[in-house]
Design a binder for this molecule. Structure first.
Ligand code: PLP
Length: 428
């Protein structure tokens, strides 16, 4: 019997199948076309365990807005661990207070208080819980095509096929079609605690709010005494060219949820910023969200530095400039492959490339990985390729990304044309 020679990636896949789940490995293979196993990562580049390098166009949904293994964050963390640790959530914390003050000073007026969490889902739980506590109402209005996480309230807002095995879910949550103000008008009423939405839908394929939509929701919430909650776990912290994406539309929510990039790529931390109205409830129930690792000392130290870097005007200007450069490249691609690239949706470096259907989306995402891009299709809109590189990406890196993308589109389009020609030749 021959000796089985496996690459490091194959070995990791085998171990994953044996000790995590075979389904997990198969899911990765279906997503990427290969069992992609992450290795060293720096800046916008990520390697697999076999030494292949990729431009990261996922940024783990925004975790790596500042690039991978960002030195300034690593330095802060290395220094912080000398003097402190997780801290005790029950005790007051100066580091936590300074971080909350920094967040409040960066957010628009009115969002002056903070409850920290560890994950984005947890911060969504905080927001929904505080909405019910503040209003004494049960009904939460969410959107179709949305993702807010996979726990409690958040899970109950997810699309049907995702939640099917887990019922019964948290009651009192209704979903309305995203972007439809008439539907919102008929659903939001005096029994509504809050309206929850991603300011820009990410997993739904980079869907921007139609003109006037956010202002319309704000007005409806005000009319009925409901709270408006924006989920900026993906759209926030610089991704769109502003620190908070809702700043593009000049509408301020009662609560905003952030996560991912807040940890600088190194340390899990999330937050829910809230208004004075919510504060009244929190003052009565100051321990409304006891959570052991929320607002940890180390997480807050990292978040302070991450916020300094993410709010740097030079970084936000880079997002705009690199977004424009990417858009020009998309235009060229669309002109060259009009049947394959139908268009794109974009704000800053939050971009989605439209292909005709799920099959072409799959072909493109597999070709993209082969071409050296980690770019996957949107979970709820599998015809849309998401391209969300770290915000530190340079001109040369954008050009390289576009070169690889062009290569991938050509390969995927050719394979589709070949298949269609073959099908016609076979008369099938
Ligand atoms: C918009 C949005 N909200 C919430 C979450 C949940 O965040 P986490 O996975 O950190 O719990 C995500 C995760 O991708 C998200 O995209």
């Amino acid at each position: 019997m021959g000796i089985e020679m496996l690459t490091p990636s194959q070995t990791a896949c085998k171990m994953t199948a044996a000790h995590i789940s075979e389904g997990r490995v198969k899911a990765m293979q279906a997503t990427a076309g290969v069992g992609l196993v992450q290795g060293p990562a720096h800046g916008v580049t990520l390697s697999d365990l076999d030494g292949n390098t990729y431009i990261d166009c996922r940024s783990a949904g925004g975790v790596f807005n500042l690039g991978h293994t960002r030195a300034q964050i690593a330095e802060v963390l290395a220094k912080a661990v000398q003097d402190t640790d997780m801290g005790d959530w029950m005790l007051l914390s100066g580091i936590r207070a300074i971080t909350a003050k920094k967040l409040a000073s960066l957010a628009p007026e009115g969002l002056d208080h903070v409850q920290f969490g560890v994950t984005g889902s947890e911060a969504v739980e905080v927001a929904c819980k505080l909405a019910r506590g503040t209003t004494g109402r049960e009904k939460l209005v969410a959107m179709t095509n949305a993702y807010h996480g996979f726990s409690g309230f958040a899970l109950a807002t997810a699309p049907e096929d995702l939640i099917a095995p887990y019922g019964p879910l948290t009651p009192g949550i209704v979903a309305i079609p995203h972007g439809d103000l008439a539907a919102a008008e008929s659903m939001i009423d005096d029994e509504t605690a809050a309206v929850l939405l991603e300011t820009v839908q990410g997993s739904g394929g980079v869907v921007l709010p139609p003109e006037g939509y956010l202002a319309g929701l704000r007005a409806l919430c005000d009319r009925h005494g409901a709270l408006l909650i924006f989920d900026e776990v993906q759209a926030g912290l610089g991704r769109t060219g502003k620190l908070f994406s809702f700043e593009h539309w000049g509408v301020v929510p009662d609560m905003v949820v952030i996560g991912k990039a807040l940890g600088g790529g190194y340390y899990p931390i999330s937050a829910c910023l809230y208004s004075a109205r919510v504060l009244d409830f929190v003052n009565v129930r100051p321990l409304a969200h006891p959570s052991t690792f929320s607002g940890s000392e180390l997480g807050c130290m990292v978040a302070q530095k991450a916020l300094d870097l993410l709010s740097d005007p030079a970084l936000l200007a880079n997002v705009e400039a690199m977004g424009a450069r990417l858009a020009r490249g998309y235009g060229t691609l669309q002109a060259a492959f009009p049947d394959f690239v139908l268009g794109h949706r974009q704000i800053g470096l939050f971009t989605g490339l439209d292909t005709p259907d799920a099959e072409t989306g799959k072909a493109l995402r597999h070709a993209a990985v082969r071409a050296g891009l980690i770019a996957f299709t949107a979970p709820f809109q599998p015809q849309v390729l998401q391209i969300w590189p770290p915000l530190v990406i340079t001109k040369d890196e954008i050009d390289e990304l576009l070169l690889r993308l062009t290569h991938a589109v050509r390969e995927a389009a050719d394979s589709f044309n070949d298949t269609n020609t073959q099908t016609r030749a076979n008369g099938t």
